[in-house]
Design a protein around this ligand. Structure first.
Ligand code: ADP
Ligand code: ZN
Length: 658
């Protein structure tokens, strides 16, 4: 292949080498730099005395070991040394050894008297050359040693691949054919939607020509979005396993080091390795560690190093051809904080959601992780799945393992139901802070809350049509009602009020049917408040401040374009509007009390219910809307709608009320 020749390894320029060379040069200069100014010749004592009597000697140093150094006048050097031209700064010198100090002194005094020697005679201690050498070099040794030590520590130490020379190398783990048990889609339980989407990637890797022949471009990247432990890494590995290609695994935080340029150089190295192994998959976990949106405010200064790394990643992704066979799969649980540039077409343009498993999916996951265990008759997958709301796949794997350990500790022959219950308790106890794991009571509260949203939106003409309601925690929300927003460029006051009423339906249901309200509605309230302010201050939709827009374009200006009194009026109007809608919601809920209760019960049981289920309870929705057809045909509705409006408009995607 042609590009084989291009891959000949060039010695790579790296900062480490640069530092080493500079350090070495300094060391050499320091050690030997000033020695070259001497021109030295060894002579017999008699020869030396002769030189002194001839008057060639400028000054003499006698050392304690009777060594002697005699500096020769420069203009006499020609007689002593064969060569005549002596470079500037060079001191010609003759060294010798004296027999008797007394005799030598007497000799020097004589020569002084008769004027042959005019210089000075010094006594000195013989410099300890070896010691001197050590003293010269030791500080350098220490400094270089400390430096190497730090480098080693900082570049991750373990794994045997750290070290000074490897800072710029990518730390990617390579799972090649054969060095790992193959993971396939069978190992990933549930996540049918996500699997469906990544199957396409497998196809691209296996038969690229099918796509390229038609002129299509194979995607370069896919982003797996979901909370930790839901099997994103597993899914990416399964893609590699199914396509039978090597798999590079790396975490976004591996790119981040203290040294400038290291992250970018690691990205480069990763892609270089990947190109050699293509077709292959690069998996970057926690991409948000490098991919967070770059600083918007130029005054604040940003994390330049992270930005460099991100830029390098973008460059690399643009750099390889679409059919070079590299597909980058990244995982994050916060797609919203990623830099927009990463999500652009040709980079991570596919987002695949990997959510916490619902009841049925949890059963599937249990099946996978129970299969290697020796189980007692008492274990029922169904009960286990019911007992573990909010557990991720990783939590479930953990439960199974923990149960086996507990059983072993009690010297049981097989793992029984009680072991699993204990394991679940332990995981919940240990996990509370880590992931969202709900108690039965909380689950009920959330079900009543979400059923409230669903009921109200069902009976309000202008509320967005419901798609599904879940009580599976997702991101920071504990449950969610999904709506399909209508595609519209302008929104009427009635539509907004109905939406507000539906959003308040969660809290209203809590108050009406549980008796006390909870923090679970905070998100809703925040939205409602913003929306009401938008309607009143910007859209002029209140009676008292009709047709006035106080929209302030400059977000950094803190001056309000209205008076204190108006501010008060706005506040009052907002209060009034929200209160009215809240009362309206409670009213509606009381009216449909039975239906709501049934819905909540169904939600507790199934965790996810769809519009059809709601229809079975309440009957057909009195109003049909064209958005249902839109939903059937296409999910990407209303891309630009939200921005076109001055008021707070929920996102373009299916709207979610927590
Ligand atoms: P993530 O990358 O989303 O944080 P991982 O893929 O590392 O999660 O999952 C960790 C472990 O949890 C996996 O190795 C597997 O044992 C288990 N696991 C998670 N999700 C699933 C699933 N859907 N099916 C089977 N096992 C799963
Ligand atoms: Zn809510």
């Amino acid at each position: 292949m042609a590009n084989k020749n291009l891959n000949i390894k060039k010695p790579k320029f790296s900062f480490t080498w640069f530092y080493m060379v500079v350090g070495g040069a300094l060391l050499l200069f320091y050690l030997f730099g000033d020695n070259k100014e001497n021109m030295v010749m060894q002579k017999e004592y008699s020869e030396l005395t002769e030189l002194i009597t001839k008057g060639y000697v400028e000054r003499i140093t006698v050392y304690d070991n009777d060594d002697i150094e005699a500096y020769i006048y420069k203009d006499s050097a020609g007689y002593v040394f064969k060569e005549k031209n002596i470079a500037k700064g060079v001191h010609p010198m003759v060294v010798s050894t004296i027999g008797s100090r007394d005799n030598f002194e007497k000799f020097i005094f004589e020569q002084k008297d008769n004027g042959n020697f005019k210089g000075t005679l010094n006594y000195d201690k013989k410099p300890d050359y070896l010691g001197g050498f050590l003293w010269n070099i030791l500080p350098f040794v220490v400094i270089v040693g400390v430096w190497i030590f730090l480098m080693r520590k900082m570049s991750g130490g373990g794994g045997g691949q750290g070290g000074v020379f490897n800072v710029g190398k990518s730390q990617a783990k390579l799972f090649d054919k054969g060095n790992q048990p193959k993971i396939t889609f069978k190992d990933v339980a549930g996540q049918e939607g996500a699997k469906q989407e990544v199957k396409e990637i497998v196809d691209f890797l296996k038969n690229p020509q099918v796509y390229t022949e038609l002129g299509g471009k194979i995607p370069k990247g896919a982003l797996l979005v979901g909370p930790p432990g839901t099997g994103k890494t597993l899914l990416a590995k399964a893609v590699a396993g199914e396509a039978n290609v090597p798999f590079f695994s790396m975490s976004g935080s591996d790119f981040v080091e203290m040294f400038v340029g290291v992250g970018a150089s690691r990205v480069r190295d990763l892609f270089r390795q990947a190109k050699e192994k293509a077709p292959c998959i690069i998996f970057i976990d926690e991409i948000d560690a490098v991919g967070r949106a770059r600083g918007k405010n130029p005054n604040m200064g940003g994390n330049d190093e992270r930005e460099n790394t991100l830029n390098q990643l973008l460059t690399e992704m643009d750099g390889f051809g679409t059919n070079s066979g590299i597909i980058v799969i990244a995982a994050t649980n916060r797609a919203d904080i990623l830099d927009k540039a990463l999500l652009r077409a040709g980079r991570f343009d596919r987002q695949i959601h990997v959510d916490l498993p619902d009841l049925n999916e949890r059963k599937e996951v249990f099946k996978v992780h129970l299969s290697p265990l020796k189980l007692d008759q008492s274990v029922e997958i169904d009960t286990l799945a019911r007992q573990t709301p909010g557990f991720s796949g990783a939590d479930i794997a953990n439960v199974c393992n923990e149960a086996a350990l507990i059983a072993a500790r009690n010297q049981k022959k097989a793992v029984d139901k009680q072991d699993f219950l204990d394991a679940i308790d332990r995981i919940i106890g240990g996990l509370e802070k880590k992931t969202k794991v709900m108690t039965q009571k909380e689950k009920e509260t959330i079900a009543i809350h979400e059923a409230g949203h669903a009921t109200i939106s069902w009976f309000l003409e202008h509320a967005n049509p419901l798609i599904k309601v879940t009580i599976v925690p997702r991101g920071r929300a504990l449950g969610a009602a999904w709506y399909m927003p209508e595609e519209r460029q302008i929104t009427t006051k009635e539509q907004m009020l109905d939406e507000m009423c539906a959003t308040l339906g969660g809290r209203a249901a809590e108050e009406a049917f549980i008796g006390h309200i909870s923090t679970g509605a905070m998100n809703d309230l925040e939205r409602v408040t913003k929306q009401a302010y938008g309607m009143i201050a910007y859209a002029g939709m209140s009676d008292k401040l009709s047709n006035l827009c106080y929209y302030n374009n400059n977000e950094y200006s803190f001056n309000r374009p209205y008076s204190e009194k108006t501010a008060e009026t706005i506040d009052n109007e907002v209060h009034k509007m929200i209160n009215e809608q809240y009362e309206r919601a409670k009213e509606l809920l009381r009216e449909h009390k039975e239906g709501h209760a049934e819905l909540a019960k169904l939600l507790m049981e199934r965790e996810v219910i769809f519009a059809e289920d709601v229809e079975k309870i309440f009957g057909k929705r009195p109003w049909t809307s064209r958005s249902e057809e839109i939903f059937a045909s296409n999910e990407n509705v209303a891309e630009e709608t939200a921005q076109a409006e001055a008021t707070e408009q929920p996102e373009a995607e299916p709207t979610v009320t927590a």
